[in-house]
Write a protein that binds this ligand. Sequence first.
Ligand code: ASP
Length: 285
Amino acid sequence: MLIATWPFGKIATDLALAKLAAGGSRLDAIETGIREIERQSCDGSVGLGGKPNAAGYAQLDACIVDGPGRRSGSVAGLEGIVHPISAARALLEHGKHAMLVGEGARWFALDHGIASVPIDELSAKKQAWRARDRSQGPQTSGHDTVTVLLRAADGHLAGGCSTSGAGGKLPGRVGDSPIFGGGLFVDDEVGAAGATGIGENVMRYAATCLIVERMRSGMTPQQACEDVVHHIARQDPRGYQLDVCFIAVDKQGRVGAAASNSVFPFAVTTATGSRVLEVQPVTPR
Ligand code: ASP
């Protein structure tokens, strides 16, 4: 069972399933699927063709987790690296650290042979940063994330995500996607959950960790996703105007999805078929 955010997530889940069928591992499947979204820069929100920050260049976030042993790798604020998900995977395999950011993440990716493009001189970036219209503040002119969750035939779980984050973000802004328990959480005993939407409204509540904990307490993935939207809306000054969407899969392979205030299309792929489904926004309580 594979579930992914947005209709373009189906490209990733289909490729991931093919990778598994060809004998690839859980992580091979997740990485292969997400690499293709990064390559295509689907929706202009993932990969180097994704949304630029307020100073005009892309800083990318990605994360990958394998359930058994909670092996994890996460990169944030990555510049000029073609496949952030592969940088995250290399960090996972390296085994020593769970997360790298900025320049260190780029050095690590280069050191591991991950394709790169030249990045502008720091002084040019500083100028762009100074020239930006400070009165506007950070803009959120579009954003999306590809998040893929996998429950393999043997019951083990894995997940990954990749994004350019919020369009117009301040340089250095890290979204929810690379934060464990923010945009992605995988617990091999229970289930996995992922997010897309305004990262600040996800990470401040450790939303995907909450979803998994609700599944641990007996909720279905659908109930858990919806309940966490209500939980956040109850506490947040924005109420339901949160622009957040969740997906989840449990150890049994059941899936769920929920959205705060918009229709949310997502992809579901199994050995017997692959579809784009959608949920309506939750009904406010
Ligand atoms: N959650 C992402 C971020 O805030 C953006 C998105 O998924 O729409 O970085």
